[in-house]
Design a protein. Structure first.
Length: 252
């Protein structure tokens, strides 16, 4: 654990509704650190946008919380809203097809699973909320990769180091790029045995009011339950759920 980072972040806890501005001396008294150490941490937090300096005079310099925290809070708020909007439709979908349903978002340069609804099947996949995955493995991550802005996608493809998880995973950038093009053109993604052998995943995009793809809804399970005679039904129901969530987010 990086103690400097921990110490810096703990300084933010001293601010409250009652004390929105604090001076260096006030923060030092509460921190149990030297004044020079506190000043160094405050400068770092200010440079990163977590704090802003309020200069009332040369003798009265105070600090308040910065706009970077508002930006990050807005992102968290949007994710919470997305989960709240999506969850009822995920439950409905899971009851209809009786398979596990995930909600997946782009998190930096990885895909993160932020919500799930279990199936009642005796044979099910083990997954957890908070799991992250490379963007080149699995139907959900690849769908997010396919709908990424082209310049960003090209940059990431250039820097990508592919590490296959199974014999069915992509092994070359050329193969992956071709698959991403197909995914984008057809509007959904299917993967078979890329994360775990003998499993299949199907994903559809979720859009917000601006039309941007902000998440994907993914259903997955043993490949034996995703045979060609059942796949059209699963795709149709998953697309319906994705469209309902998108509509509730303002997409028309």
């Amino acid at each position: 654990m990086n103690q400097s980072v921990v110490k810096a972040l703990k300084l933010l806890d001293f601010f409250s509704d009652q004390e929105k501005e604090l001076s260096l001396s006030e923060i030092t008294k509460r921190s149990d650190m030297s004044k020079s150490t506190v000043y160094r941490l405050l400068v770092s937090l200010e440079e990163c946008g977590f704090l802003r300096k309020v200069k009332n005079s040369d003798q009265d310099i105070r600090y308040s919380l910065g706009l970077k925290l508002l930006e990050l809070g807005h992102i968290v708020s949007e994710q919470l809203e997305l989960r709240n909007v999506a969850l009822p439709h995920m439950r409905e979908l899971s009851q209809t097809i009786n398979e596990i349903v995930h909600l997946v978002i782009l998190d930096g340069e990885q895909a993160t699973y932020i919500e799930k609804v279990e199936s009642s099947q005796a044979l099910r996949l083990y997954t957890r909320v908070g799991k992250s995955s490379p963007l080149y493995i699995g139907s959900g991550p690849k769908l997010l990769f396919a709908y990424m802005p082209q310049a960003k996608q090209e940059r990431m493809l250039e820097q990508l180091e592919i590490q296959p998880l199974t014999p069915n995973s992509h092994t070359s950038k050329e193969e992956l790029q071709k698959n991403l093009k197909t995914v984008y053109e057809q509007g959904y993604s299917v993967s078979q045995g890329e994360q775990d052998l003998d499993t299949t995943g199907i994903s559809f995009p979720i859009r917000d009011y601006s039309g941007e793809v902000v998440a994907v809804i993914t259903v997955s399970g043993p490949t034996t339950r995703f045979q060609k005679d059942r796949q059209p039904f699963i795709k149709e129901e998953t697309k319906k759920a994705a469209d309902k969530i998108s509509s509730n987010l303002g997409f028309k």
